[in-house]
Every structure is written in C-alpha cells, then in structure tokens.
Design a protein around this ligand. Structure first.
Ligand code: DNO
Length: 390
C-alpha cells in the first residue's frame, strides 16, 4: 500500500519536507477554504497540486469533497449542488487526481466527547463517553424523544451527571462536539455569530421525515448522477463509513455495517463506486467484524484508514494503539497487501504524546503520535510482505 498522510494544506504546521523525512509517499488533502456545494476550479486544484508536486509528492487522495447537506436530505436545490460536485470531479480527473473520499453522514461527521482522555502512560487519546453524549443530547440539545436512545440505567447516570457537571464542562462539551471536531474537516457547520446549540438544532430539523430508506435513496440518486462522470474521467469515489457506526441524534446513518456497504456498492454497481475502508470507524461498532469486512470489500476499496478502537460494555469507546483493539490492523494490512497492494492508506489519528499537546494540532492529527503509529504500521507491513516471500 502507498503510505499517505493527511495534510491540512499550506498553513499546516506539519510541512511537506517534514513528511519526506518520515517516509510518507503521498498526500491526502482537500481545498479546505471552499464551502461544501461550490465547484473546485481547475486553477485552485492545480495551484495546490503543483505545490505538492514541487515538494516531490503526488496528491494521492482527496479527502474529502464534502457533500452539501441539501444533497443528503434531498432539498430543492440538490440538482444544482450535485452538478457542482460533478464539475469538481471533472476538474480533478482532468488534472490526474483520481481518488476521491466523501461521506454521507447527516449534519455531523465524526463524534467524540473527549479530545484528551489521559492514559496511564501520560499520552492522551480521543474518547466517546456514552453518558456525556447522552447529556449533550438530552440536557443541552433537549432533543424530543432522545431518551428512547438510552437505557434506564444510562438515563439515571445522565441525571447523576446533571447534578455535578459545571458550566465550564458543558461549554467544553458543546465546543468539542459541534465546533472543534467538525470545523477543520467539515468547514464551519454553525456559521458566524450563532449560538452553536441553536444552529445545530436547526440543522437537525432539516432531516425531519428523512429515515434510513430515504437517506439511502438520496445517496443512490447522487451516485446515479455522479458515477457515470467518475467512470468517464477515471475517478474512483470512495465513501467513508459512519463514525461511530450507529445512529445518533435520531439521524439515520447508512454506512455503518456490512449490509449497508453491500447495499451502496450494488445500488450503482461500478468499480468507480467504492469504499474508504476505515478500520477505526467500523471497529467502533460491535456488530462489525473488521477482518471479515476487509476480506469481503477488498476489491471495491480505493483508500484505507488504519486506526483501531476499544469498545467497552457501557457503550463507551476509545481510540486504541494501532497494534491493538478491534481494528485488527495486522489482519487488515495482510488482506490489503495481498489483494490490493497499490492502494493508498493513511495512518488515521494518533495519540497526543511528548510535546504534541503544546502544538494545537487538529484533534486526532498530532505529529509525533501519528508518526509513531506510522512506524508501527510500516513495521507490520514489512513483516507481512516478508512473509509473502518465504
Ligand atoms: C476524522 C475523519 C473524518 C473523515 C471524513 C471523510 O478524523 O476520519 O472526518 O475524514 O468523514 O469524509
């Protein structure tokens, strides 16, 4: 697999020459300044592409071209927005940038409640705390019907938390879920000068009446219009699984299980309609057997995210070391190295370690933590490749 790295553009404090030194072979990035729904012009794409090339890299994967909300809920302007997405695919294909990751998660991309859960060794990791999440849903958003998503025991723990949580902790939770985790990948979902909770509730309301079947149909509608162009320009689209792979905020999620992925790949049965195999996201669902899914979808995968999680009985999950957890990265790497050895992979997320904490990196995207994980992944790859030669 090609070893790529998610780089956040020319202002990223982790520079391309730094990435050369640690053995990165390709770049994963996006035009972060362009709002979802707008066309990426040839000029803007080629400006960034040339910058990457000048530093001796190729732009291996676009992660992501964001899908405008209205395409997902099926708004009146969706055809126009799909046409803009299609034009972006044409412009990327013409410049030889041919692997494009995207996701179809309504309103919110990935969800974490803690960005710095400190581990016994002093490093810290990303964490999803079911009770804090429930607190956000029930007590902060005050979403109607939210209690149905929690067990009686969880509801009583949420009540307990209500008695002790401070205003500062509440503000931090809102900032983490709505602003910090979303802002750097999904642009600003709230808009300037708005109350984030109000803005978030407004976004949730856009999906009233959109159930799982409707969301699937909206994805199929989008793919039917985009895939013929992707085929013509040689662009491989790869949908990212839901993170975490279960329903949240009463919103449907449609890329959470083996059955979901099968549905999508056969809805428009073209090699250009593919998958981003994110072992981290998939492993956070106890219903998912990551190794089995890698075996099943290896040929329709165009991009791999190597990350792992540990899931606890109380519904929490934590991002674990790349050598441990439910992500089974040794198996995943073996399967991909054997069946699809030229595809790009990136180490996804890393812990905060040593002086990472002082650098204000995007959550999950530390330098030393990711470099450490990349070294572990390179080691696994080397051993696996060596075993093929025996
Ligand atoms: C978070 C990422 C996601 C992912 C997008 C892909 O760190 O895994 O934001 O990039 O969902 O579209």
């Amino acid at each position: 697999m090609q070893k790529t790295w998610r780089w956040f553009g020319k202002n990223d404090p982790i520079t391309l020459p730094m990435l050369k030194q640690i053995g990165v072979e390709g770049i994963v990035t996006s035009l972060y300044h362009i709002q979802p729904g707008k066309v990426w012009s040839k000029e803007e794409i080629s400006d960034l592409n040339e910058f990457i090339n000048t530093h001796g890299f190729t732009w291996s994967v676009v992660e992501s071209v964001p899908v405008a909300e209205s395409i997902k809920f099926g708004g009146e302007d969706r055809d126009e927005l799909i046409e803009n997405f299609r034009q972006t695919i044409v412009n990327l294909g013409n410049l030889g940038i041919t692997t494009v990751c995207y996701n179809f998660m309504p309103v919110i991309d990935w969800i974490r409640t803690d960005l710095n859960r400190v581990l016994p060794d002093g490093t810290s990791t990303l964490y999803f705390d079911k009770i804090k999440f429930g607190y956000f849903d029930l007590k902060i958003l005050k979403r109607e019907g939210a209690e149905k998503d929690f067990t009686t025991d969880e509801l009583s723990k949420i009540e307990e938390l209500d008695k002790t949580i401070t205003q500062q902790e509440i503000d931090e939770l809102v900032y983490t879920i709505i602003i910090k985790t979303q802002g750097f990948i999904n642009r600003d979902i709230v808009g300037e000068n708005q109350d984030p909770v109000d803005a978030f509730n407004t976004l949730l309301r856009l999906y009233q009446g959109v159930d799982k079947n409707q969301l699937r149909e909206n994805l199929k509608y989008f793919l039917q219009k985009i895939i013929p162009t992707a085929e013509k320009y040689g662009v491989k689209l790869c949908i990212h699984p839901d993170d975490p792979p279960f329903q949240a905020f009463g919103l449907p999620r449609i890329v959470s299980s083996e059955e979901d992925i099968e549905w999508i790949l056969s809805a428009v049965n073209s090699p250009n309609n593919g998958l981003t195999f994110c072992a981290g996201s998939l492993s956070a669902g106890i219903h998912n057997d990551v190794t089995k899914m890698a075996e099943k979808f290896v040929k329709r995968t165009h991009f791999v995210h190597l990350r792992s999680t540990e899931v606890f009985d109380n519904g929490d999950f934590m991002e674990s070391s790349h050598l441990e957890g439910r992500g089974k990265l040794i198996d995943v790497i073996r399967i991909f190295e054997k069946e699809n050895p030229t595809i790009p992979m990136r180490v996804d997320h890393g812990k905060l370690m040593l002086d990472d904490g002082e650098k204000n990196y995007n959550p999950g995207y530390s330098f030393l933590g990711r470099m450490f994980a990349l070294a572990q992944v390179k080691g696994m790859m080397a051993v696996i490749k060596n075993s093929f030669e025996q």
